[in-house]
Design a protein. Sequence first.
Lengths: 410, 410, 140, 140
Amino acid sequence: MSGATAFDPAAVRAQFPLLMRGLDGGPLHYLDNGATSQLPQAVLDAMIRFETTSRANVLRSVHRLAEAATDAYEGARLDIARYLNVPGDEIIFTSGTTSAINLVARSFGEGMQPGDEVVVSLLEHHGNFVPWQMLRDRRGITLKILPVTDEGRIDLSALTRTVTKRTKLIALAHVSNVTGAVTDVAPVVAAARTVGARVLLDGAQRTPHGPLDLPGLGIDFYAFSGHKMFGPTGIGCLWAKKELLASMPPLMGGGEMIRTVTVERTEWADVPHKFEAGTPPIAQAVGLGAAVRWLMQLDWTSASAHEMRLTQRVLDGLGRLKGARVIGPSGLQGRAPVISFELAGAHPHDVCQILDGFGVALRGGHHCAQPLMDHFGVAGTTRASLALYNNDADVDALLTGLDAAAAKLR
Amino acid sequence: MSGATAFDPAAVRAQFPLLMRGLDGGPLHYLDNGATSQLPQAVLDAMIRFETTSRANVLRSVHRLAEAATDAYEGARLDIARYLNVPGDEIIFTSGTTSAINLVARSFGEGMQPGDEVVVSLLEHHGNFVPWQMLRDRRGITLKILPVTDEGRIDLSALTRTVTKRTKLIALAHVSNVTGAVTDVAPVVAAARTVGARVLLDGAQRTPHGPLDLPGLGIDFYAFSGHKMFGPTGIGCLWAKKELLASMPPLMGGGEMIRTVTVERTEWADVPHKFEAGTPPIAQAVGLGAAVRWLMQLDWTSASAHEMRLTQRVLDGLGRLKGARVIGPSGLQGRAPVISFELAGAHPHDVCQILDGFGVALRGGHHCAQPLMDHFGVAGTTRASLALYNNDADVDALLTGLDAAAAKLR
Amino acid sequence: MSDDLYQQAIMERAKQPVGAGRLAAPDASVTVDNPLCGDRITLDLKLIDGTIAAVGHQVRGCALCQASASVIASTAVGQKPAAALAGHEVLRGVLGGSEASAPWAALGIFAPVRRHKSRHDCVLLPFEALARALAQAKPA
Amino acid sequence: MSDDLYQQAIMERAKQPVGAGRLAAPDASVTVDNPLCGDRITLDLKLIDGTIAAVGHQVRGCALCQASASVIASTAVGQKPAAALAGHEVLRGVLGGSEASAPWAALGIFAPVRRHKSRHDCVLLPFEALARALAQAKPA
Ligand SMILES: Cc1ncc(COP(=O)(O)O)c(C=O)c1O
Ligand SMILES: Cc1ncc(COP(=O)(O)O)c(C=O)c1O
């Protein structure tokens, strides 16, 4: 587990107990990673170890167990910070991407004035759309929406006419959970800088695909979830620059986030604890720490190449399937291994149900991106989302199953 | 594990791997249960089983894994509802007590007008104090504070002069995390009913001590945490009556909590999902479900008697210790096994540190109840908080260690 | 294998659904969504002398939802509201393991859906729309 | 065993702390809290000709915090601000495993605290107060 090792897809897959076990006696071709990824043994072991050797509340008691728990919890924060190349005290633990973005909307957002503008795009996940709609309705801000291209990318050519002096925040998906398009961050940051706006990236679909250099991106906020990146459910993070966090009011009040409480008034603790009211998701932080350590010992050049090769195979297979239409970039450039498609005349739920009979786990529906579905004029799409443990057998089963579904449903 | 069995403290203790393992080769006398309890093997097993056989996102996909995950998640909701004797769709999963209470403050609370009143008490945990202070500062409500008696109970005789027609909510600890006092709920509900106010109980310190009949209490909201009741960290619940929940706006926006999203507007899903934006703490809900199933198969008449017998032993021991003063009820009536005390001339952190040397885990400090500390004129107290797995050896070690601490520190 | 859901009986109903399309001047018309999957049905009703005279529907949904709407259109016409509403109960019964009884015997085709909880709402959605449409028509 | 923390050297300082009590007319006075444990120290300073002439402190804290304040009061008097501030660094060093060097050699009594991370802030708190008090005194 130490030092970067050459990437061996079979060896990686063997570390996932659920994939090895399969489904009802048959193989499991798990291609629903965009919803939730599977958990490697190393992460499970780290959580079991915590629960059976160091379980206690953090930051509270002076006994040895509590010290061990605090070390594990704060150590996880540092590991996650390393994965993103940022300082540890800029990482705030939340319960997931959605709560991280809502925190920004309810804290940073409350500083906005009526008429101020937040820019999102039409392809956002509801988790990066509804919080801003709610802010609009609460504070009278204007919500502006960048269009998408025919290839399912955010149309960045619209930035100049969309971003104005009133723009306070541009909040976009780093990777679309529907089309797999990777957003080109540089022009977004450039547009924001000209007007002094902040940039938030929803990284939920990016973090499972290798370490990041957030300072290099030049953004201000980054949000993501543990359960999509081989970590536990119930945890996620918000990253932001320290001065920014220091200037923001907390969303929740309670224990651990205070300096002093009197009947009259309360002073907040320092960042990051100011934003972590109450007992945090301790074991889940420990698990996410183990997940990023696991991710960091992989050779990501090979792992990405592996993911991209399988993506190409899926795209090729869909190209040969009559009535199939990919909703997303046709090539691999600027693309993550998330592939959405329509099968003419077949409803995504029926496609998924039939594929389930082949042991293939897909997701069909609106993918919490209804505005994008409306734009493409579909009720939903079928989505195959890959992780580094997927293999050629998974792609074979997918393509075989799709042939059968097409035959049956049309 | 099925059917109520006679309560055998040693057999119960044997189900907790961390307690069996001990600490650095010696025994562990874990008396910091008020901060976080330990985890029984049954709960750990349920979570491992989920992660290795049914891990997937919930309510989203139609494949078999997703169906299994959804069943496990919604099944846990039903188990927790049984523990509280309420309908399943009145249970909202949160990340803990603190976030449950903040949800009420930010949702129900936003409906209040300047001059409306919220009544809390001086012994509240910051988690049930700071959110109302923040609401006060946000909405201009008045925060009224019930005093405490010399025995560390909420002084309910002050209810009549405190509760007025402007009172919208009375929010009190069901059990004090400092003094162990159990609040007598009936007069609180009666006072609230006369003016049409709602009652919220912070149940964080009550739920580890056996099943409850919430409808029988006549209250409106109940909040608690998994990690203090033998469940995982990262999960808690808010219970409220369905009509009340239906009338409240959501706090967070995102996936799973919507009916439809268009660029213009969003319609919320039904309760409870309206309040569960994004991917919920799935494995943690499964773990908490296992915890309440584990709790429900115990004989709680004997278990409570066991907890109370040990509590009496601690109180007796403190009575014999020179310079010790119990901050809380002197007897067992209306008391939970949470015992706070002062040792004249000794700081709680020093006491806890020395006790740690005896393998005894205690908590010293303000216990996130600074207003109460100010009231009693102490910087903090030392607290022993018991759970059903504690035994006479734990009490012996505590009393021996306290003698040593007193000798050393004074 | 879960593709036993896509038996001939269901697929025939789904591909040639009875009652597909909107009615010209309905007495009641409702649109119902399934929030979790985004499926949507619009159901139109025409009543004459308290009897269902015509059913039209527009479904943006799966084969199960289509087939269910088709069974409504082919069974409810000519029924009194109470008899039509009984279909909802019969369907719940089928999903719970009972037999489908006349006049809603056609709902028996949905027996294989029983094992697939995540699909129950797909077949139930049209019946929810029917119930709401009948409630809407009543005061008129 | 962690009660090696409560050795004679620390306990003597804690029980008879040098400088306990407030100063009458301090040039600087600050109160610092430890948010996590509720401990609090108020530290008063008197400077004459840029030299620390008197230190007073009121500690609501543990033995470690008391002993640390006591070491400040017995060492900083007669020092220039820069020399006094150096004590903060020496203490950090002790907690990190280094030896304590003159004129702050007395801080060596805190070596056993090193293993107890949760207690580091207890001994550091008085030095944080000292740093703030010196900053406050400067412009005067
Ligand atoms: C009475 C009481 N209320 C609220 C809380 C906060 O619970 P949590 O930290 O799990 O959110 C606690 C626990 O610390 C408590 O004892
Ligand atoms: C792009 C994107 N944003 C946000 C989310 C929400 O994440 P979570 O449900 O973990 O809060 C998701 C996942 O569903 C996503 O794919």
